[in-house]
Design a protein around this ligand. Structure first.
Ligand SMILES: [Fe+2]
Length: 346
């Protein structure tokens, strides 16, 4: 299909000249004699290029072009000004309002044709380039999403491996991750931060891989020696996750989720704001789920007991701010849904 040129000029002689030169090259030509008529024409038609006279009665070329540019459908339509001026100011102003080029009158056929072809070609190239960039960007986004999905699946598989060691804490890591993400959401963390906290929550107990099953599954009270061994799981976890150098924060949840706000936790005895935010959040979520799920030595605790324990630990075991959010979540959870659904496993 041949390219379609709209010529706008209030001088009939110029219109005829331009029309003659362009159509002799096989181009389709439409003519309008004023800016107003051109705008009417453009309401229903989409030429490939506009040749626009600068000096016209009524709307001049600048005003016409400004009106064209306010229409989002026409923003990219290329416009070349037709001018008899030798005035630099006219050209500068024309470029400012968005003209792509100038053609001087009287027309020199070769120049007119060369500029028209060149401008149309350039516009097509720009469109193609923009299309290519959009396509490549989409591909990159898809790849990025795939990598994130793989990372998430690996994290789930790893946390599943930990949970599988302990028949009594089935799904614990997953629930801690969910609760931690919800606390972060309510605390105003960004979507990305919430997702990171979810991952940290999933892997917080990864160090239990290094603890003998006999200790993890023991239904009696642990001996001092066994308890000391159990307490090494944060450091073991941090050691394991340290190898994921692309995501160094991942080890944060594993290493410090047993720290206490009052400094009496382990392994490093950090306190208050000295404990990374993510670990403070996971600590509340972890303790909550430990009570709201079955253990080898007891069943799921009643909701009011769990609530009372979180309340009690506010400011001692837990950061009071995140404890309050957990309490709010408990109070909204009228049917006690935030707990291990034991019947699923019986
Ligand atoms: Fe733990």
């Amino acid at each position: 299909m041949s390219d379609w040129i709209l010529v706008v000029d209030d001088d009939m002689f110029n219109l005829r000249m331009a029309s003659h030169i362009l159509s002799s090259e096989g181009l389709k030509v439409s003519c309008q004699q004023s800016g107003e008529a051109a705008l009417d024409f453009l309401a229903d038609n989409r030429p490939d290029l506009i040749l626009l006279d600068v000096h016209m009665a009524g709307m001049d070329g600048f005003e016409t072009l400004e009106a064209i540019r306010t229409d989002t459908d026409l923003v990219k339509l290329p416009v070349i000004f037709l001018t008899a001026d030798e005035d630099v100011g006219t050209e500068t102003k024309g470029l400012e309002v968005g003209a792509m080029d100038f053609i001087r009158k009287p027309f020199v056929p070769e120049v007119l044709l060369a500029r028209v072809h060149h401008t149309i070609e350039l516009t097509r190239l720009q469109e193609n380039l923009a299309g290519e960039v959009a396509k490549k960007t989409q591909e990159l986004v898809r790849q990025q999403e795939r990598i994130e999905r793989i990372a998430m699946q690996i994290a789930r598989a790893l946390s599943g491996a930990v949970d599988a060691k302990d028949t009594y804490t089935n799904g614990h890591s997953n629930r801690v991750a969910e609760y931690a993400r919800e606390i972060a959401r309510r605390a105003g963390f960004s979507e990305r931060e919430q997702n990171n906290i979810y991952l940290l929550g999933l892997l917080h107990d990864i160090g239990k891989i290094g603890i003998p099953d006999a200790i993890i599954d023991k239904s009696d009270k642990l001996t001092n020696e066994e308890y000391e061994l159990m307490k090494t799981h944060p450091e073991v976890g941090a050691q394991i996750l340290k190898n994921i150098t692309e995501f160094p924060e991942l080890a944060t949840g594993a290493r410090w989720h047993h720290e206490r706000y009052d400094g009496k936790g382990y392994p490093d005895g950090l306190s208050g704001e000295g404990i990374p935010l993510e670990a403070r959040i996971i600590c509340v979520a972890d303790t909550y789920d430990a009570m709201a799920s079955r253990r080898s030595y007891r069943d799921v605790l009643p909701q009011e007991t769990v609530r009372a324990e979180i309340e009690k630990g506010r400011g001692t075991q837990f950061d009071p701010y995140f404890a309050d959010i957990m309490l709010q979540m408990i109070d909204e959870d009228k049917d006690y849904r935030l707990r291990e659904q034991v019947e699923d496993f019986d």
